[in-house]
Write a protein that binds this ligand. Structure first.
Ligand SMILES: [Zn+2]
Length: 305
């Protein structure tokens, strides 16, 4: 039986709440470099464009000279496939209904969807790959990361970061109506528990299935409850950084995301911690929030750095 460690927001219980076997954190880099049982698949669910100022903090010295132009970005879906524990989605992509209109997008955010193009809805992507999700792990609850929920079973366990669904502030309010629309009425929405997080090198993480193969990593800042996820695969560890960095440019330069970020200083601390994690394990594959290999790399095409 699988277990999860979470504060249950709904009235329905999780399977069990059992402390996992402690990961060998003293040798975290050696442990993470050890081949693991998880396989990972990723696909682009949608593409659109966004102002660079929403993707990067243009006031950061590392971004000097970058224009606030519209650039292409993508919305990926990832799945971590554990041979015994099942398939775990990282973020939800988009539903097929968005081919015809705004789908579950509500409020002022609809105006930002002008160039939005559905590539592979989450339901079609899962069917094609034989994915049967055991749970959905959200990196955060901004609108573009929860849109696919209407295509996922209503009883599916959904996990998000501590405090993520109780955000306040202007951006949170802007995003909240879409998130509420897709999350309300779902019986199994949980928050990862900070009290269950343990040091894993430079980050705090939960050993999700108890064998040290999948970790949920605290990465606050972009939103209060932002999370990253890590899987140990046969080819080495794979880190899903979420929107702690939207772009490879931001990841490489250590620059935080732009004007939808709740707390830049905290985001920067989290970004540095994730980078230290990645730098500690040679060959770690890193996925940022809105670029895929060769897709959505609009920032790379910009003139003058
Ligand atoms: Zn995003």
């Amino acid at each position: 039986m699988i277990f999860f460690l979470a504060c249950v927001l709904s009235k329905h219980p999780v399977d069990t709440v059992t402390a996992p076997a402690a990961a060998p954190v003293a040798d975290w880099a050696v442990w993470l470099a050890t081949p693991g049982p998880v396989t990972v698949e990723s696909w682009v669910s949608a593409r659109w464009d966004a102002k660079l100022g929403s993707l990067l903090d243009l006031s950061d010295a590392a971004c000097a000279g970058l224009p606030n132009a519209k650039v292409d970005i993508v919305l990926p879906v990832h799945v971590m496939r554990h041979p015994e524990k099942g398939d775990f989605l990282v973020d939800s992509g988009v539903p097929a209904s968005m081919r015809e209109g705004p789908g579950p997008v509500k409020g002022l955010i609809r105006a930002a969807l002008g160039s939005f193009e559905v590539v592979e809805p989450v339901g079609e992507g899962m069917a094609k790959r034989g994915i049967v999700p055991r749970a959905l792990f959200l990196t955060h609850a901004h609108f573009d990361h929860v849109l696919g929920l209407p295509e996922l079973p209503v009883e599916l366990d959904v996990y998000t970061g501590p405090g993520e669904l109780r955000q306040t502030g202007q951006v949170a309010v802007l995003m909240a109506s879409t998130a509420r629309g897709v999350l309300d009425g779902r019986p199994t929405v949980h928050e990862w528990s900070t009290t269950e997080m343990k040091p894993l090198g430079p980050v705090l993480a939960i050993d999700v299935v108890g064998d040290g193969s999948i970790y949920a990593i605290s990465s606050p800042g972009h939103t209060p409850g932002s999370m990253a996820y890590l899987a140990r695969t046969a080819a080495g560890p794979v880190l899903f950084a979420g929107d702690t960095s939207h772009t490879l440019y931001g990841w490489e330069k250590g620059a935080t995301p732009g004007n939808f970020t709740a707390d830049h200083d905290t985001n920067l601390q989290s970004l540095r911690a994730l980078k230290a994690l990645a730098e500690g394990v040679p060959g770690m594959k890193v996925w940022v929030g809105h670029e895929m290999d060769g897709q959505g790399t609009g920032v790379a095409s910009l003139p003058a750095r």
